[in-house]
Design a protein around this ligand. Structure first.
Ligand code: ADP
Ligand code: MG
Length: 267
């Protein structure tokens, strides 16, 4: 048994501390702080333009914070070069799909594992002669992710030929194949039908329980967020307005106001 303070610290995988991001005159994030505990599904909600994707882009180092810091375990994530982020255990999907449309499902998923390896690796992994052990392992991880996502029947299909819902699963498989400790999902339910939405909820819980990953979920679909998240952060205009259990956040007056205001606004 370690000291209680240390235990509390160990429970936290990601710590976002006072993060601010500006684009010219726009303050996209304004001193945002919250943490993500190991093993939880953490929700991040807020109306359009609240700063959710900007925060994800800071986490994956596509954007630079103007202020504050982001810690992943003992690593200061906000000081790492972008190319190290996947190797440090952060996987993500994008709000707008970012797949190689003319490549097959398997190739796309393998590209995810490529983030950990050297330049010739993808060629090896795709079955060129002399494939090394790393390439073989990557292929196994990719197959595992493809199976987990129910994509085996489509593995050799070109992504552009698949329905949108399936493409979204390919993107998720690609993120899973890197076996991230922290998985960032940016509006995974966007554009899905009702049945797919229910399936996505089951899948996120499966990722948490069977794959033991920690998930940070940006999502507009309240029913999904409320169902799968243990704790939720709400942003509005770049500021944190609520942080707590789904029940607490749903009933928070500022959250209710932010969403009603959003609905009523014309822009
Ligand atoms: P959300 O994902 O919550 O809808 P975003 O993080 O995409 O919100 O955007 C937050 C704010 O930052 C918006 O006002 C948006 O226009 C602005 N913003 C985001 N990315 C950029 C960028 N690359 N350049 C300029 N403004 C940006
Ligand atoms: Mg967004």
């Amino acid at each position: 048994m370690t000291m209680q303070n240390e235990n509390t610290r160990d429970d936290v995988l990601l710590r976002v501390e006072n993060v601010s991001v500006r684009f010219g005159g726009i303050v996209a994030l304004d001193g945002v702080s919250f943490d993500v505990r190991r093993g939880e599904v953490r929700g991040l909600i807020g109306p359009n333009g609240a700063g959710k994707s900007t925060l994800f882009n800071c986490l994956s180092r596509l954007y630079q914070c103007d202020n504050g810091a982001i810690h992943l375990g003992d690593t200061v994530l906000s000081q790492q070069p972008r190319h190290r982020i996947a190797a440090l255990g952060v996987g993500r999907t994008f709000q707008n799909l970012a797949l190689f449309r003319t490549m097959t499902v398997r190739e796309n998923v393998l590209v995810g594992t490529h983030a950990h390896h050297h330049v010739g690796f993808l060629k090896d992994a795709l079955g060129f002669p002399g494939a090394g052990r790393a390439a073989r392992e990557a292929r196994e991880k990719a197959e595992h992710a493809i199976d987990f996502m129910g994509l085996a029947p489509f593995a050799d299909k070109v992504v552009a030929d698949l329905p949108f819902g399936t493409q979204k699963r390919v993107e998720l498989a690609r993120a899973l194949a890197t076996e991230p400790s922290l998985l960032l999902l940016d509006e995974p339910a966007c554009g899905l039908n009702h049945e797919e939405l229910v399936g996505l909820g089951d899948l996120i819980l499966d990722i948490q329980q069977r794959l033991q990953m920690t998930v940070l979920l940006v999502e507009h679909h309240m029913s999904l967020v409320m169902r799968v998240c243990q704790r939720i952060v709400a942003l509005n205009f770049g500021r944190k307005i609520a942080d707590g259990t789904p029940e607490e956040v749903r009933n928070h007056p500022d959250v209710i106001r932010a969403y009603l205001g959003d609905e009523g606004a014309s822009t």
